[in-house]
Design a protein around this ligand. Structure first.
Ligand code: ADP
Ligand code: MG
Length: 485
């Protein structure tokens, strides 16, 4: 059981949470018009008559958006519905010039599925997917340019979205966080959404309720709209759940409403009472035919699927002997996973993983560079590990060689060769150094022989220093013990 339990005065409570995630579809043009989806254009630069809701304009469905939704559905282990329909969701808002949003309601393009999440304690859990449907995005109202006027930017109006709805399966903030990270890496692997929550291309609505441990059924939920980071989603779940528990424990009731999470206070506050679904007066979109998919198209998309993070993780654990945790860190981004694979196959993969997650990531951070800009190639990291496992250099020298690789981009063999860094594994040579150290420190030798065995570490240090770090530490230990006893 990985759920979070909240202790009340009278009972133990558990969290119930479901997420609705809007993912902006990666495609060159909008869902129902040919206007560009380019992010960062000047305001209202990418607006066709269709996006502006001009009378008499007719939408044309962008096939690329449909393909992206199918691909994502397959990535969510979900049922692809060969028949789906578009529906009008009617509401008035200044940034929605049509007066309605084209969405899907009764018949979404993707049905039930699941996503497997891996938790820190080593357990894993499947989170149910209720559905995925496609719809168009609205424009953006801008209130912070003038104190007296509001402005509208319609560049985003009509951009394709996938709304992914989960079952109320989350029992803790950690589970929701793990799910969002997993979903983000799935859509990034697939190239269907860039997953950037801070740019708004992935937006999350968070539904929360609580119930007594052991209670059947669910209680009334509240929804927090557009929470824009994984951390805030997790905070919003916890603070909202605690508010529910407190309310119930004090004899109060929770009413269904839409709330807003305020990162500054870490608390939620009421935005509006929830409109019921029928207020949108959904009806089938008369300007678009039902969407009917054929098997050939679905098969074609299946054939284009890349290996997803979950399968990659399993392979890293099974074939390369990584721990599930290390595998999930390395698989979070496809680029990282592919870099690791190049470095690891044919070498000691666990050592490569340790170097990559330790010194290598630290080096990228310090230099503020990306993986592609790394001066160290995956092949060279693999070779460095080989030099260690075959005892050509010791661990300490390896750190120095790594530093030089990060500066010069040279191969570790070349560095070791040119700078004479090969480890000394010649018994006679090491013994000679030990003899010198023993001769130079009669007092410590006497103390050691007199029972101060902790001095062993000091002796090892002296010998390593005298060999300029090149002696094999295991051999130094062994030979020292013999000579000192
Ligand atoms: P609506 O039709 O009002 O949008 P849905 O049934 O589609 O409601 O659910 C919306 C989201 O709320 C889903 O992610 C679902 O998992 C979640 N949800 C539903 N009921 C609860 C509940 N009692 N507590 C927490 N989350 C819930
Ligand atoms: Mg809904």
């Amino acid at each position: 059981m990985t759920g979070m339990i909240i202790e009340g005065k009278t009972a133990k409570w558990e969290i119930v949470c479901g997420l609705e995630i809007h993912c902006q579809i990666i495609s060159k043009s909008k869902m129902f018009s040919g206007a560009s989806t380019h992010y960062g254009s000047d305001a209202n630069e990418n607006v066709s008559f269709i996006d502006a809701g001009m009378p008499g304009m007719l939408p044309t469905l962008n096939e690329q958006c449909v393909r992206q939704a199918i691909k994502t559905g397959l990535g969510l282990n979900a049922k692809i519905n060969k028949y789906s329909e578009f529906a009008r969701k009617n509401y008035f808002y200044a940034d929605l010039p049509q007066g309605y949003q084209i969405s899907q309601f009764k018949y979404p393009i993707v049905g039930e599925g699941f996503v497997k999440i891996d938790l820190e304690d080593g357990s894993s859990k499947n989170i149910g997917i209720e559905r995925l449907h496609i719809e168009q995005d609205a424009g953006k109202s801008i209130h912070d340019i003038s104190p007296t006027k509001s402005f509208i930017d319609l560049n985003r109006a009509g951009v394709g979205l996938m709304e992914i709805v989960t079952k109320p399966d989350f029992r803790s903030p950690e589970e929701a966080g793990a799910f969002l990270r997993e979903l983000r890496s799935i859509v990034r692997y697939l190239g269907t959404c860039d997953g950037n929550m801070d740019e708004g291309s992935m937006r999350c609505d968070v539904n929360v309720s609580v119930r007594k441990v052991g209670e059947e059924g669910f209680r009334t939920r509240n929804e927090m709209k557009n929470v824009n980071s994984v951390k805030f989603v997790m905070q919003a779940i916890e603070s909202e759940a605690r508010r529910h528990v407190e309310t119930y424990e004090n004899g109060g009731t929770i009413e269904q409403e839409t709330r807003q999470f305020d990162p500054a206070t870490g608390k939620t506050k009421v935005m509006r009472k929830k409109e019921f679904a029928h207020d949108y007066r959904y009806f089938p979109e008369p300007d678009l035919l039902p969407l009917v998919l054929d098997d050939a198209m679905i098969e074609e998309i299946k054939a284009e699927m890349v290996e997803l993070p979950d399968a990659k993780k399993a392979r890293f654990v099974h074939d390369l002997g990584l721990t599930p945790y290390d595998a999930s860190v390395l698989c979070e981004s496809r680029e990282t996973a592919e870099w690791f694979e190049k470095a690891a196959y044919g070498h000691d993969a666990k050592k490569v993983a340790n170097w990559m997650m330790g010194d290598f990531f630290a080096m990228l951070n310090e230099k503020k560079i990306t993986l592609e800009e790394s001066p160290i190639s995956p092949e060279n990291l693999g070779k460095l590990v080989d030099l260690i496992t075959s005892n050509v250099i010791n661990g300490k020298t390896a750190k120095d060689v790594f530093e030089i690789m990060a500066e010069t981009g040279d191969s570790p063999d070349k560095i070791v060769e040119e700078r004479g860094l090969k480890q000394v594994t010649d018994t006679a040579a090491i013994e000679a150094v030990i003899d010198e150290v023993i001769a130079a420190n009669p007092d410590n030798v006497a103390a050691y022989r007199g029972g101060k065995v902790a001095l062993m570490g000091w002796f090892v240090g002296q010998v390593m220093k005298a060999s300029k770090g090149k002696a094999n530490p295991g051999m130094v230990n062994e030979l020292l013990k013999k000579k000192l006893s």
